[in-house]
Design a protein around this ligand. Structure first.
Ligand code: ARG
Length: 254
């Protein structure tokens, strides 16, 4: 019994330590911050050949530099990103997550690095607004706020979800679905880069603030990130990167 108790206590301690997020000081001591993203959501986080790049990848690099840290990037499926924070597998997630109440129960969001929202895209120019989705099949990426918001539309015929946003887009291009809901800047870029594809931008379904996240209540790290983000927003470097990708400044208005 005594031994059993000791083993249980040891196990409990191990789990407690293993799942404890690294504080700012611990990250600084290591010199490297582990940042996870998806890498399949252009122009925000994607691979150009073998190089991970994109608007928020570059913003994260600016922020980390201000914090005096180098980033070690991890890329994996969108669905696993926030969960990994709770398991202390990485320090930060930056993958265009909209700040939602539900997610905020599990993780701590930093200050937003851009403002956007879900937009409807279709091949049929008559599909523009939420009401035009009545009786239609709509594609979204699994685990996203697009899924959450499309689910609320009671008149649609069916919602199909896909592991990546790229898959959701392909489903539209190959006419397996009638519409696709994705980020407005993703949508704009896809339409601009594929002028012959017949894709039509519809209306925005909802708006959201997009932020990075740290493990729940890792406040020292969140505070340092927010301070550094504030600095890159003030010194012009954020604006330069934003204009490079979008020809406009995409920061949230306040
Ligand atoms: N903004 C949406 C959300 O909050 C989609 C994010 C998708 N990100 C990605 N890396 N695929 O869920």
């Amino acid at each position: 019994m005594q031994l059993f108790k000791a083993v249980v206590t040891a196990l409990a301690l191990c789990t407690a330590f293993a799942t404890q997020a690294r504080t700012l000081d611990e990250v600084k001591k290591g010199g490297k911050i582990l940042v996870a993203t998806e890498g399949q959501f252009a122009p925000f986080n994607y691979f150009k050949g073998t190089k991970l790049t994109g608007f928020e990848v570059e913003v994260a690099e600016l922020v980390a530099k201000k914090m005096g840290l180098a980033i070690e990037w991890k890329t994996l499926g969108f669905d696993a990103l926030l969960t990994g924070l709770g398991q202390n597998r990485w320090d930060v997630v930056i993958a265009s997550h909209g700040v939602t109440e539900e997610r905020a129960k599990a993780v701590t969001f930093t200050a937003p690095h851009y403002c956007s929202g879900g937009m409807i895209i279709a091949l049929d120019p008559a599909i523009k607004s939420a009401k035009d989705l009545a009786g239609k099949v709509v594609a979204v990426q699994t685990g996203t706020s697009y899924l959450e918001n499309v689910q609320k539309l009671s008149t649609i015929k069916e919602m199909k979800n896909f592991p990546t946003d790229v898959d959701a887009r392909s489903a539209l291009s190959s006419r397996r679905v009638d519409a696709w809901v994705t980020d407005r800047f993703v949508a704009k870029e896809v339409v601009e880069k594929n002028p012959g594809a017949g894709l039509k931008l519809g209306e925005m379904l909802f708006i959201e603030r997009i932020a990075a996240a740290v493990a729940k209540d890792n406040s020292s790290l969140a505070a340092a990130w927010n301070k550094a983000l504030g600095e890159v927003m003030a010194d012009g470097s954020y604006a330069t990167v934003s204009k490079k990708y979008f020809k406009e400044d995409v920061r949230c208005p306040n």
